[in-house]
Design a protein around this ligand. Structure first.
Ligand SMILES: [Zn+2]
Length: 252
């Protein structure tokens, strides 16, 4: 279905400013609203006092609200980083999915909402030529602060529609030489540093210290929330390692 068949509603938000001159838009960030109702989320995203916004909000029935023109810089990512860039707002398009989120009753995203997102996101990544590895969740770019859009979000479906990447896993688990057992909080050493390096190579804001600290737990959790959703526990296990190494081979 072409974009023109989406139900589009203009709901301009004052919460935006100019992108830096010459800024390239090459990241798509997906969010959930984390509010009880769509109306409450729209009010907040348009409230000058709140100083937050996104380019689009998609309601559970598939209606797409246009809040900020893509030419402008919307205020959705906050303190964030990806692949060394720390002004994610400057170079991204942000889309909010209406969902109460983990605080108010997190639930799966309805078909009508996902269908609209698929069309809108495909249009965005095509027009801006956003590479698959730069289609991200808010939790990917702000792993210490954010959990959205969360483990119910169907990234695999989006990838099948040409939006983002999804690992093509080997049939048999691959044993990676660096990993012997499961890494978790308090672990130290080369295997931890190797895991941190791999996460950083993919884009996460982490440096290889060799200490499995709180940041490492948060980044591994963010990675799992996106790419290994059946268990989000922050522990770097063999499956997490396999998914990450597979993705790196696909995108680097
Ligand atoms: Zn968010």
């Amino acid at each position: 279905m072409p974009l023109t068949m989406l139900k589009l509603v203009d709901r301009p938000s004052p919460n935006n400013d100019a992108r830096a001159s010459g800024a390239v838009v090459d990241i798509l960030v997906l969010h959930y609203t984390g509010m009880r109702t769509t109306d409450a989320a729209l009010d907040r995203l348009c409230d000058p006092e709140a100083s937050v916004s996104a380019h689009y909000l998609i309601d559970t029935d598939g209606t797409v609200y246009r809040l900020v023109p893509e030419l402008r810089r919307a205020w959705h990512a906050g303190v964030s980083s990806w692949a060394g860039d720390t002004d994610v707002n400057d170079r991204s398009v942000g889309i909010e999915m209406s969902n109460p989120g983990h605080e108010f009753g997190y639930r799966p995203f309805p078909e009508a909402q996902m269908a609209s997102l698929e069309r809108l996101a495909h249009d965005v990544v095509t027009r801006h030529r956003i590479p698959g590895r730069r289609v991200l969740g808010h939790s990917d770019v702000a792993p210490t602060r954010k959990q959205d859009p969360g483990e119910f979000f169907d990234w695999a479906r989006l990838a099948r529609a040409g939006v983002g990447v999804w690992p093509r896993l080997p049939r048999k688990p691959v044993a990676y030489a660096t990993l012997d057992g499961v890494l978790g909080p308090g672990d130290q050493g080369r295997a931890v540093a190797s895991a941190q390096s791999a996460l950083a190579a993919f884009g996460y804001g982490i440096t290889p210290t060799g200490d499995y600290d709180d940041l490492t737990v948060d980044v591994v959790s963010a990675f799992q929330r996106h790419f290994r959703q059946r268990r989000v526990d922050g522990a770097y296990d063999a499956e997490t390692e396999t998914v990450l190494r597979t993705l790196l081979e696909m995108v680097v």
